[in-house]
Design a protein around this ligand. Structure first.
Ligand code: C2E
Ligand code: MG
Ligand code: MG
Ligand code: MG
Length: 277
């Protein structure tokens, strides 16, 4: 029995943590350290008007340059940041960074209407923090008009069922901030609540473009029109896609055909060379 016990003791605790769990735990630890090491950077992807080819603004997309694993996708580490409770800090950093960069661009490249920036906010951010107050401060600090800022939210039951989040959206709208509904058509979709969310723009999810679901895209464009909303098509990768979208009446697009997300300096060069793209 003693032998048995000893054997038991020295057995690796394989059943306690799976490899997956160990990896996730490691990621969470690294994410906490990423702050001190300043491993986050904001990238920007141009939003282009199909009417005149002009750059309307940029979507800010966060990047994490991990010391050993390279660039980790926000699709991976944002949910992780939400879990460990650092999404508020990260989200506010992203907002501040995006707004100060926008201020620089607006001064360097005055245009009518002024350049805009859109920032992704998760439902966790919306329901947990006093986001409207923080954003008001950030606009003041950085000197940008709230009318130049767009927030991208996704359809989610946690927004629609949270009074806090809905109130926050109301307050943000009242400040003059536009709301984009991201990944439209893929989420928890209740068309009847679409108006409650008070969004200004539907971003057609890139899966519809990549799968060439033109009937669906056309339906979304008609829906938006009848609700008085604008649309932006994301994930435009080919000139064929672009021509099709143009025929369907889409006026604003975003995608690798124009540019991948690029760093602030590259984005500055991008605005500085109009119509070269
Ligand atoms: P999203 O907001 O829907 O952003 C669009 C994603 O599609 C970006 O991926 C972008 O790089 C990618 N994309 C754009 N055009 C094309 C294209 O033509 N083809 C293909 N294949 N992909 C394209 P990314 O940067 O990896 O971001 C993934 C998601 O992570 C975002 O989806 C957004 O939900 C989230 N995210 C990114 N930055 C932030 C942030 O600062 N805060 C929060 N809460 N979420 C963020
Ligand atoms: Mg987005
Ligand atoms: Mg999107
Ligand atoms: Mg997406």
């Amino acid at each position: 029995r003693l032998a048995e016990a000893i054997e038991h003791e020295i057995d690796p605790p394989a059943s306690i943590l799976s490899t997956e769990e160990i990896e996730r735990f490691q990621l969470e630890t690294d994410l906490l350290l990423a702050w001190e090491h300043q491993e986050f950077e904001l990238f920007y992807q141009p939003l282009v008007s199909l009417e005149d080819g002009a750059t309307i603004g940029f979507e800010a997309l966060v990047r994490w340059q991990h010391p050993t694993r390279g660039c980790i996708s926000p699709a991976v580490f944002i949910p992780c940041a939400e879990k460990i409770g650092s999404i508020d800090q990260l989200g506010l950093w992203v907002l501040h960074q995006a707004c100060s960069q926008l201020k620089v661009w607006q001064e360097q490249f005055p245009q009518k209407p002024p350049l805009t920036v859109s920032v992704n906010v998760s439902s966790v951010q919306l329901s947990q923090s006093d986001l409207p107050d923080r954003i008001r401060e950030i606009c003041k600090d950085t000197g940008i008009a709230p009318g130049s800022l767009r927030l991208e939210i996704t359809e989610s039951s946690s927004i629609e069922n949270s009074e806090r989040a809905m109130t926050s959206l109301e307050q943000l709208k009242a400040m003059g901030i536009q709301l984009y509904l991201d990944d439209f058509g893929t989420g928890y979709s209740s068309l009847s609540r679409l108006q409650d969310l008070r969004v200004d723009v539907l971003k057609i999810d890139r899966s519809f473009v990549s799968q060439k679901k033109w009937e669906v895209i056309w339906s979304i464009i008609l829906l938006a029109e009848s609700l008085g909303l604008e649309v932006i098509a994301e994930g435009v990768e080919t000139t064929d896609d672009l021509e099709k979208l143009r025929l369907l009446g889409c006026k604003r697009v975003q995608g690798f055909l124009f540019s991948e997300p690029i760093n602030a300096q590259e984005a500055t060069d991008w605005i500085g060379t109009p119509f070269a793209h």
